[in-house]
Design a protein around this ligand. Structure first.
Ligand SMILES: *Cc1c(COP(=O)(O)O)cnc(C)c1O
Length: 812
C-alpha cells in the first residue's frame, strides 16, 4: 500500500502540496471518464493526444483528491481539497512509479516482445504454469508505455512469476519499457512487418526490440529468425528449430498436422518425445514451442511440460459482444479473470446504451485472498449495476458486503439450473470468469450463436482509428462521424455506443430509420440525416434528428410541417452544391435561400456544409480549393443575412488526411474510421476494423477433365483438391470474383476461386496448401487489392456485405 506521501518521495518532485498526506492510493488513473474509486485514485495529467491538465477539474468533481501535474502555473487554488505533486514530466513520473513497484518484486519477471503472438504466448504460459505457480500477467494487450505502467502497479509479492508484454510502434520506446519491466527472462516471439511505420528497416526494428533484454539472463526465441547477433553478448539463448544445429536447445524432428491438431516430435537433452497440440497452423505451433521452451528453461522436465500442453485449450481471447436471447446483449469475457481485465470489461459494459439494465456475472479469480477481496470489493462497490451474480465459494463473503442486489452460487452448474428463475431479459449482461468456472457454458446458453459466415468487427480498432484522426485535429475543430449505410457495413448502435463514449460531436446517418434505431438504443448525440424526404418529417421531430436540407422543395415542405406543429427554431443543416452536383443549393440560389430563411422562425441553421468530389486526388486539388471558396462565399452571405452563428464543414476522410487548411468548424470522418487507408498518410497508423470470415464445408479431389460449378467454367487441368466455402453473391461476394479473380486465405496461405461464384457458395482451389473441412477462411485478406481486382472501391465491398451475414463484435 502506498500513501501519496510515499509516492511523492519515490518521484522526487519539484514541489509537493499535500492536504492529506496519509491518503492511500489504490488506483492510477489518467482518464477522468474512467474513475472507478475516486477516493483512492491518483490522477496523472499526461500530455498525450489531449493534455490531461484539462481534465483535472472533471476528475476533481468526481472526487479524485490526488494529482501528478507538470504545469508550473496550474491553478491549484481552485482545488483546495487536493494533493498536488509537481514533476518535470508526468509520463516519466508514471513510469518511475511503475519501475519502483517492479523493483520490490523479487521473483522472476518474464518480458515478452515481438511482432505477433505476444498476448497468446502470455496467456498460454500463464495457463501452463497455473498448476503449481501463481502467475501475474499484464491484462489483455496492455503493452504500451501506459499499459505496462498500469500493469506493473498491481504487481505484488503474492505471485511466483510476472509475465509482462512489451509492444512498441516507434523507435526509442523500448528503453522506457525496459526501465520499467527489467525482465529476468526475455521472450522474443518473432519479427514481421507489423507497425513497420516508424522504423527504417527490419534490422532497426530488431535492434530496438532487443533493448528489452538489456538486463536479462536468458532469452527464448525461435532460431529461424536469426536474432542471435543482435542480443546482448552475455545473455544465454534458449532456442528451437527444425534444423540439426548445435546451438539449438530443442530440436523439432518431425511435424504432422491434421484435423485442427498437430503432433510434433521433440528432442531435448537426449530425450525424444511426441507432443500433441490442439492447433494445426504454423503460428500456433511456433507460439506453443516458445511456451514449451520457456518451461524447459525454467527447469521443468520435457515429460511434465508435454502433459501440461495436452491440457491447453484454444482460447477465445477477446471480449465479445453477442446478441442474446430475450433481447439481451451478452458481453462474453469468460476465459480469464483478473482485476484489470474486469475493469476493462466493466468500462465496456457501461458503454452499452441499448438497455438500462446492466448485469454482471462474475466468478472467483485465481488466488483469492484478503487483499484481492478488498480490491474486488472496491472495484464493484458503487458500480451502477442492475444485479450482480457471483459464482464460487471464495466470493461468498462479498455477497454480504455489496450494496447492489447480489445473487450467489457456489458453482456454475447451480447457476445454470436456475436460469429460468433468473429470467434474463432486456439486459446487457457481462459474463466474466476464470477458466476453471467455464462460464462460457452460460454465454452459450444465453447467446444466439451460429457458425456461419460472419463479419467480425473489432471495436477497439475502431476506437484506435478514431484517436488517430482526432490527433490531427486542432482544438476547437468538432468531429462528426459517418455511421450511414449501417456504419459502412459494420453495424449500428454497437458502433454508435463507442463513438458516443469517445465523445464525438455528431453522428450522420443516410436515412431517418437509421437515426430512429440509434435513438431507440440509447444514443443521445446530435444526429444529422442526409437527404430526408417528406414522409419522415414526423420521425425526425419525434426522435430529435436534424435534417440536411438540400433544395427549396424540401425546405418549404419542412417549414410548413413545423408550422402545423407549432415548432420553432428546429435545427437544420444546409447543403451547398459546390461542384459535386449531387444534392444541394447552387451558389446562385443563395440569395433566394436567404430571403426564405429570413422570413421564418421555424428553422434554425445549425450548419452550412458541402461535400468534396475529389479530395483524395492530388491532381484535383485546385478543384477542391474551388469548392472550398464557393462554400465560404455562400456561408458568408448567409451569415450576414441570418445574423446568428452556425458551423461550416466540408472535409471528409481524405480531406482530413490531406487538407488541414480546410477543417473549418467541423470535419466529417467516414471510411478512415473503419480502417481503410485511402490516403497512406505518413504517421497515420490505421487498424483494420472488420474481417469477413467463412468456413470450408467440403473438400474433394478431382481428376483432370472434370469441371467445377455452373456452366462448367472451372476446368480441372491437373489433379486438384477443391474446397467449397459458405459464401456467395447473396452474401455480397461479387460474381466478378469468380474464376480465379478472388483470393482468400486459409491458415495464412493464399488461394484463388475456381469456377463461377454461386448464390450461397463458391469454390476454392486448395491443391497447393494444407486445408481441412471446417477450416476458417478469410474472404478479403487485402480489401484494397480485392476491390481493385474487380474494378471497384473498398467502400462498395464493405457496404455490400449483406445483412444476412452475422456481425460479431469484439473489443481487444
Ligand atoms: C459519406 C460522406 C462523408 C464521408 O466520406 P468518406 O470519404 O467516407 O470520409 C462525408 N460527407 C458526406 C456528405 C457523405 O455523404
Amino acid at each position: 500500500m502506498y500513501s501519496i506521501d510515499s509516492i511523492g518521495q519515490i518521484l522526487r518532485p519539484k514541489q509537493i502540496v499535500l492536504v492529506s498526506k496519509d491518503s492511500v492510493i489504490t488506483d492510477l488513473v489518467y482518464d477522468s471518464r474512467k474513475v472507478a474509486h475516486a477516493e483512492g485514485s491518483l490522477f496523472f495529467a499526461l500530455k498525450a493526444l489531449r493534455d490531461g491538465h484539462r481534465f483535472v477539474k472533471d476528475a476533481y468533481e468526481k472526487g479524485v483528491r490526488s494529482f501528478i501535474i507538470s504545469e508550473d502555473d496550474f491553478p491549484v487554488h481552485n482545488f483546495p481539497e487536493a494533493n498536488f505533486v509537481w514533476v518535470a514530466d508526468v509520463w516519466q513520473a508514471l513510469q518511475q512509479l511503475a519501475a519502483h513497484v517492479r523493483q520490490q518484486f523479487e521473483k522472476p519477471v518474464i518480458g515478452i516482445t515481438g511482432s505477433n503472438g505476444k498476448t497468446v504466448v502470455k496467456e498460454w504460459l500463464t495457463q501452463l504454469l497455473a498448476g503449481d505457480k501463481k502467475v501475474y500477467q499484464s491484462p489483455k494487450s496492455y503493452n504500451s508505455q501506459l499499459g505496462v505502467a498500469l500493469s506493473l502497479w498491481n504487481l505484488s509479492d503474492d505471485y511466483d512469476y510476472a509475465i509482462i508484454e512489451a509492444g512498441i510502434s516507434m523507435p526509442e520506446e523500448m528503453a522506457h519499457l525496459e526501465t520499467m519491466i527489467k525482465p529476468d527472462i526475455g521472450i522474443f516471439t518473432n519479427i514481421g512487418l507489423a507497425h513497420a511505420g516508424g522504423f527504417a528497416s527490419k534490422v532497426a526494428k530488431i535492434e530496438e526490440k532487443v533493448k528489452l533484454f538489456a538486463g536479462s539472463h536468458t532469452v527464448i526465441y525461435p532460431s529461424k529468425y536469426g536474432f542471435a547477433p543482435y542480443l546482448p553478448p552475455a545473455i544465454t539463448s534458449f532456442t528451437f528449430g527444425d534444423t540439426a544445429d548445435d546451438s539449438l536447445q530443442v530440436e523439432v524432428l518431425d511435424e504432422e498436422a491434421r484435423n485442427q491438431q498437430s503432433v510434433l516430435l521433440l528432442h531435448y537433452k537426449g530425450n525424444t518425445e511426441k507432443v500433441r497440440i490442439p492447433f494445426s497452423d504454423k503460428a500456433s505451433q511456433e507460439n506453443i514451442l516458445i511456451c514449451i521452451s520457456t518451461l524447459l528453461s525454467l527447469g521443468y522436465t520435457l515429460t511434465d511440460v508435454i502433459q501440461r500442453v495436452g491440457r491447453l485449450r484454444p482460447l477465445e481471447m477477446r471480449l465479445q459482444l453477442l446478441n442474446g436471447k430475450n433481447n439481451c446483449s451478452i458481453i462474453d469475457d469468460s476465459y480469464s479473470n483478473d482485476l484489470a481485465s474486469l475493469q476493462i470489461a466493466l468500462d465496456f459494459l457501461h458503454q452499452q446504451q441499448q438497455h438500462d439494465k446492466k448485469t454482471l456475472v462474475l466468478s472467483e479469480m485465481e488466488g483469492m485472498n484478503a487483499k484481492l477481496d478488498e480490491k474486488l470489493f472496491k472495484l464493484l462497490d458503487g458500480q451502477s449495476l442492475y444485479r450482480i451474480i457471483l459464482v464460487g465459494p471464495a466470493l461468498a463473503n462479498l455477497q454480504q458486503q455489496l450494496k447492489q442486489p447480489v445473487l450467489y452460487y457456489a458453482e456454475t452448474e447451480a447457476l445454470i439450473q436456475d436460469l429460468d428463475k433468473l429470467a434474463f431479459s432486456q439486459e446487457s449482461i457481462l459474463i466474466k470468469g476464470s477458466r476453471t468456472f467455464h462460464l462460457e457454458d452460460l454465454s452459450q446458453l444465453l447467446a444466439d450463436k451460429s457458425h456461419e459466415t460472419v463479419l467480425e468487427i473489432n471495436l477497439q480498432s475502431l476506437a484506435h482509428n478514431l484517436q488517430q484522426y482526432r490527433s490531427l485535429l486542432p482544438t476547437g475543430v468538432k468531429l462528426m462521424t459517418m455511421v450511414k449505410a449501417f456504419s459502412y457495413g459494420s453495424g449500428s448502435f454497437e458502433v454508435a455506443n463507442l463513438l458516443q463514449f469517445n465523445k464525438v460531436d455528431y453522428l450522420t446517418v443516410a436515412f431517418a430509420d437509421e437515426g430512429v434505431e440509434l435513438r431507440q438504443n440509447g444514443i443521445e448525440l446530435p444526429i444529422m440525416v442526409l437527404s430526408p424526404d417528406e414522409q419522415v418529417f414526423d420521425s425526425l421531430v419525434r426522435y430529435k434528428l436534424e435534417p440536411e436540407i438540400y433544395n427549396f422543395r424540401i425546405l418549404n415542405a419542412f417549414i410548413a410541417f413545423l408550422r402545423r406543429k407549432s415548432i420553432a427554431h428546429y435545427p437544420i443543416h444546409l447543403k451547398m452544391d459546390t461542384g459535386m452536383h449531387r444534392l444541394g443549393f447552387l451558389p446562385n440560389e443563395v440569395s433566394s435561400l436567404v430571403a426564405v430563411l429570413d422570413a421564418v422562425a421555424e428553422v434554425q441553421v445549425k450548419s452550412v456544409f458541402s461535400h468534396l468530389a475529389a479530395s483524395g486526388d492530388p491532381t484535383q486539388d485546385e478543384f477542391t480549393q474551388l469548392q472550398v471558396d464557393r462554400l465560404n462565399q455562400a456561408s458568408a452571405q448567409l451569415k450576414d443575412a441570418l445574423g446568428y452563428p452556425f458551423m461550416r464543414h466540408i472535409a471528409n476522410t481524405s480531406a482530413i488526411a490531406r487538407h488541414p487548411a480546410i477543417y473549418m468548424d467541423m470535419v466529417r470522418l467516414g471510411i478512415g474510421l473503419y480502417g481503410v487507408d485511402m490516403d497512406h498518410k505518413e504517421g497515420l497508423d490505421l487498424e483494420p476494423v472488420s474481417v469477413l470470415k467463412t468456413t470450408i464445408t467440403q473438400i474433394k479431389t478431382l481428376d483432370v477433365g472434370e469441371t467445377v460449378g455452373y456452366d462448367r467454367r472451372g476446368v480441372i487441368t491437373r489433379k486438384s483438391r477443391i474446397a467449397t466455402v459458405k459464401i456467395g453473391y447473396a452474401d455480397g461476394y461479387n460474381r466478378h470474383f469468380g474464376n480465379g479473380v478472388g483470393k482468400m486465405m486459409i491458415r495464412g496461405q493464399e488461394v484463388a476461386t475456381i469456377g463461377s461464384i454461386c448464390m450461397d457458395m463458391c469454390m476454392l482451389d486448395v491443391t497447393d496448401i494444407v486445408a481441412n473441412e471446417e477450416d476458417e477462411v478469410l474472404v478479403f485478406p487485402d480489401l484494397q487489392q480485392a476491390a481493385q481486382s474487380i474494378g471497384t472501391i473498398p467502400y462498395e465491398l464493405l457496404v455490400s456485405i449483406s445483412s444476412r451475414v452475422k456481425r460479431v463484435y469484439f473489443y481487444g
